[in-house]
Ligand binder design. Structure first.
Ligand code: PMM
Length: 310
């Protein structure tokens, strides 16, 4: 049985056309460490809000082996209010400058072209836009001019009201169609295809059931022919699966890292290009093991496991 017959997306190693321009190529899924410079992130409770704390956190993630550090100054927690652009710039720029100077590949998580432009000037190497270019009409032209890699996530509106938009006929087919439209629009704006990365946007206008369906059918997202980034880290659909059986209370965000690592392994085995996570050390170990295991896939396909007693 081949990987394709499982609906797996093309694996990361050996598919050079699926490596975005100018980014690391370690022969395994990349690990993107999250540096939220926000007072209200759901997943880390604003622990790295002060710029110095955010820089220290980013450096710690680099020491753990993060391939990319993703710096964000706007919380996308469901219901979150947006900071003014000046505030987002004030949060993000000093952290980008310092981490880029330390040699990091810095990504900036922003929906605003102004923030993206200044972050690129400050040393950022890619832009992670959770709105896929929908929030700011100036974003796609900027990315076309800048020529740097660009993550386009599936998005249906700002956090304040996004869960009302979690209505799909078939979530995977609808997300893929909407991402395809974003890719076409980006290409029309002049962005080169090898700069584009797609992301199904787990938790963004998605119910827990939608997130699981997307993870179960990642191959259909990969069939768009672009590298896929997955951001499952500490999200509430994991908290629900791990709910306390006695009380039904969801597992708190800070205790969801092992579950996140399990998702990372399964997604990496499907050929996902990059995993956006809080726990870099565990994820890096996991994707290294997954890549080593994956190298045996062809041999295993030639000689399937004998079931005990079969
Ligand atoms: N999730 C969050 C923020 N940024 N970016 C991408 N590309 N994909 C995601 O899934 C994503 C993202 C929200 O999570 P956080 O509050 O833990 O950063």
């Amino acid at each position: 049985m081949t990987a394709a017959s499982h609906g797996a997306i093309p694996p990361c190693p050996g598919t050079p056309e699926l490596h975005p321009y100018g980014l690391p190529r370690p022969g395994r899924a990349l690990v993107m460490g999250v540096v939220n410079v926000t007072p209200d992130s759901f997943s880390d409770g604003g622990r790295s809000f002060a710029p110095e704390a955010a820089v220290a956190h980013g450096v710690a993630l680099l020491e753990q082996g993060a391939d990319i550090v993703d710096v964000g100054g706007e919380s996308t927690r469901p219901g979150a209010a947006r900071p003014p652009v000046e505030e987002e710039l004030r949060r993000v720029l000093p952290v980008v400058r310092r981490l880029a100077a330390a040699g990091a590949v810095v990504s900036v998580d922003t929906m605003r072209a102004e923030v993206a432009a200044q972050a690129l000037d400050a040393g950022a190497r890619l832009i992670n836009d959770v709105s896929g270019g929908l929030a700011d009409p100036a974003m796609l032209p900027l990315m076309a001019r800048a020529g740097t890699p660009y993550v386009m996530m599936h998005w249906r509106g700002h956090s304040a009201g996004m869960q009302a938009n979690a209505v799909y006929d078939d979530v995977v087919a609808d997300v893929v169609d909407e991402l395809r439209l974003r890719i076409d629009t980006a290409l029309e704006a002049g962005i080169r295809p090898d700069r584009l990365i797609v992301d199904p946007g787990l938790g963004f206008a998605k119910t827990p059931g939608h997130n699981w369906e997307l993870l179960g059918r990642l191959g259909e997202v990969g069939a768009l022919g672009r590298p896929v980034l997955v951001g499952a880290s500490r999200k509430s659909f994991l908290g629900q699966v791990l709910a306390d059986p006695a009380t039904g209370r969801p597992r708190p965000a800070r205790l969801r890292d092992a579950a996140t690592t399990a998702v990372s392994v399964l997604a990496a085995a499907q050929g996902v290009w990059c995993l956006r996570v809080h726990d870099v050390a565990a994820t890096l170990d996991a994707v290294r093991v997954t890549a080593r295991w994956g190298a045996e896939t062809a041999a295993a396909a030639r000689m399937p496991l004998q079931r005990v007693g079969a």
